[in-house]
Design a protein around this ligand. Structure first.
Ligand code: CP
Length: 322
């Protein structure tokens, strides 16, 4: 894997391979006092974050460190970006320092593609969320979670609810789940659906109650008020009443259907605290598995012929830790 820019770039076999590698990463590090594997010893990973993040940045940092890579965390705040330095000059600086992998989050849709395809850098690029466009590693971790809870995803029905318009998670999830053979229904007010969503490989509904009984899992999306410069719904209370997941709606889901949320959550808006803290919510487990998914992505992108135990000639099989 040279870069990971879009969930839509992965075919069925590649997506399954990342999920299988994730499973191996989880197996190799869970329950161990020393969680470090030598697979990326001598490689360097730069986390290039132009937008705020808690889960993604931290889990990429942990993932790279668990694979023994050197990690540099770069935040636009406090860097020369605040003095006006361009993406190109920032990239050239990283290239001069010899970064092998760049994990980029940017407020502009397409920034990771620009970085990967510009020829500015030789490093592999991972899209850690670009504007309202895509967040492929979130989709991979959501698919991994769904596979753990539901088994094979073929013909499973996943309902994704909320602010699709501003969500890079929704688009990446629809693309990846479709590739894996699942069926997706997006539920949102018409004002929070992007133009063109009608041609995405999914169904669209505007009313939540009626689709829940038929769902194998439900993902609640954060209402991204920071990206809203207009009124998309009458009030937070009205939104919660029509599209929020509360105890009454939770009871409409089939028993055992997990509730996902990529975080951060607006408790009381798209999800009540009661549901978020219930045993049906797998939100904290998503965060844990996010580290394993990012280990798998960095390993497949950067390890080359180096196996997870540090020997050469093991590419494609992470094997067992020494
Ligand atoms: N889900 C997600 O991308 O969270 P962060 O913004 O905290 O990284």
């Amino acid at each position: 894997m040279r870069h990971l820019l879009s969930a839509g770039d992965l075919d069925h076999e590649q997506a399954r391979h990342i999920l299988d590698t994730t499973e191996q990463m989880a197996r190799l590090t869970t329950g161990r006092t020393v969680k470090k594997l030598p697979a990326l010893r001598g490689r360097s990973v730069v986390n290039l974050f132009f937008e705020d993040s808690t889960r993604t940045r931290t889990s990429f940092e942990l993932a790279a460190k668990r694979l023994s890579a050197d990690v540099v965390n770069f935040a636009a705040k406090g860097s020369s970006v605040s003095k006006g330095e361009s993406l190109k000059d920032t990239a050239l600086t990283l290239e001069a320092m010899g970064a092998d992998g760049v994990v980029v989050r940017h407020h502009a849709s397409g920034a990771p593609h620009r970085l990967a395809n510009s020829g500015w850098i030789g490093a592999g690029v991972v899209n850690a969320g670009d504007g309202t466009h895509e967040h492929p590693t979130q989709a991979l971790l959501d698919a991994y979670m769904l596979r753990r809870h539901l088994g094979e995803l073929r013909d499973r029905h996943v309902v994704i609810v909320g602010d699709v318009l501003h969500s890079r998670v929704a688009r990446s999830n629809v693309l990846l789940l479709h590739t894996l053979g699942a069926h997706v229904t997006l539920v949102a007010p018409p004002t929070l659906l992007p133009v063109g969503a009608q041609v995405w490989p999914c169904r669209i509904a505007y009313e939540l109650d009626s689709v829940l009984a038929d769902a194998d899992a439900v993902t609640m999306l954060r209402v991204q008020t920071e990206r809203m410069n207009d009124a998309y719904f009458p009030s937070a209370r009205e939104y919660a009443r029509r599209y929020g997941l509360d105890a009454r709606r939770l009871a409409l889901l089939p028993p055992g259907a997990p509730v996902l949320h990529p975080g951060p959550m607006n408790r009381g808006m798209e999800i009540t605290a009661e549901v978020a803290d219930s045993d049906r919510a797998v939100i904290v487990e998503q965060v844990t598995n996010g580290v394993y998914v990012r280990m798998a992505v960095l390993y497949l992108m950067l390890a080359g012929e180096t196996g997870v135990t540090g020997e050469t000639g093991e590419s494609g099989d992470v094997g067992d830790a020494a």
